[in-house]
Design a protein around this ligand. Sequence first.
Ligand code: CIR
Length: 265
Amino acid sequence: MSGKSYTFSHAISLQPAHSITQGLRAVDIGMPDLAVFKQHHADYVAALRSTGAHVELLDALEDYPDSVFVEDAALCLPEGAIVMRPGAPSRLGEAATMAPTLAKFYDDIRTIDAPDFIEGGDILTTEREILVGTSARTTSGGIEALRRTTADWGYTVREVATPEGVLHFKTDCSLLDEDTILSTKRLAVSGCFEGYKVLNTAEGEEACANTIRFNELVIMPAGFPKTAEMLDKAGYNVREVGNSEAAKLDGGMSCLSLRFSPPSA
Ligand code: CIR
């Protein structure tokens, strides 16, 4: 297996806090149940670990209800890590808390500074480029700041658009391998994946587009049988994990971890 964009020796996850009941959500579809969330989270971490990766599991941060969605706070690349600047005011302070953990793995830690905003959920790193969707959380200025920040590491950053009303760019897509993207139709029709092979989520199963390729596994939320079967038939090793509670807060598989291979690994 090759593919630096989906082969990882490490991940960081953060336990759900009691305060998840105050987590942000676009539509109220019920209160997340902490006990169920914790079980799903444990299953998710076990799936990551089953590939042989080291998962650094951080304690819950009660002051930040959405901190379990750790992906939004940083971007980890093989060359270094970048602390994001979340566009959600309640999550702004959350990113800085990640710096000491990142320092365990990286010497080169950079930051996105005011006045720009960018959240990890809007960033899809593929084998050839970094795609970033503008959204209610990520501004063109934030994307430009990421471009400047990663230029000396040799990255191409491409600005694309998150569909209207969709939280993050990756709410609607995931990387499956070097050339293949799983995407909702509403995002794929924008043409942003030209040059890639695109597999669409099944009709009515758009909520499983936020899936992750992690080493040999494609980890997807449970309950989307048509898309799971399509991926299985396409040759992917699918692992389903419960996501009902995170979904109440607009969270999915990518949000729950930072995935990376630090320079020293
Ligand atoms: C939020 O609105 O920020 C959280 N409730 C959900 C964040 C999901 N994160 C992600 O898609 N990367």
